[in-house]
Design a protein around this ligand. Structure first.
Ligand code: ZN
Length: 135
């Protein structure tokens, strides 16, 4: 893992949450982005290099909707940046961690992402992310 990249927070209403976090952090979000494949709308705040990602469900089968129904709003995942996500997937599988899918997916904020199942990480959903470089 290179560094803590962001903390993902599940929210019911992104517009409200954006206002709250803008007040809390003393800055505006730098990006709002929908990821249709994941059924989420996201916004990002940069806090000196570590980001806060707010996630609102946009579909009825969105993982964020299910999460909020089960556990309420709050911290959904912690994301770490890696150099090579495909190598990291293999590495963590070999160490016995349970991955959600074997292939990285395109996530928000120009990233390839993959998740480690919370069953294998003390109940914390861990995201691996790699910045997409080039066109
Ligand atoms: Zn994330």
């Amino acid at each position: 893992m290179k560094k803590l990249e962001h903390i993902g927070i599940a929210v019911k209403n992104l517009e409200q949450a954006n206002k709250l976090f803008a007040n809390l952090l003393g800055r505006e979000q730098y990006k709002i982005e929908s990821v249709e494949s994941e059924g989420v709308k996201t916004s990002f705040f940069d806090v000196s290099g570590v980001k806060i990602e707010l996630l609102e469900a946009t579909t009825t089968d969105s993982a964020i909707k299910k999460f909020i129904e089960k556990r309420g709003e709050g911290i959904h995942h912690i994301a770490f940046e890696v150099d090579n996500i495909r190598e990291s997937i293999k590495h963590y599988q070999q160490l016995g961690f349970q991955l959600i899918g074997n292939e990285p997916k395109k996530g928000a904020d120009n990233k390839l992402i993959c998740f480690l199942h919370p069953r294998s990480t003390q109940g914390v959903l861990i995201e691996l992310c790699q910045e997409i470089t080039g066109p």
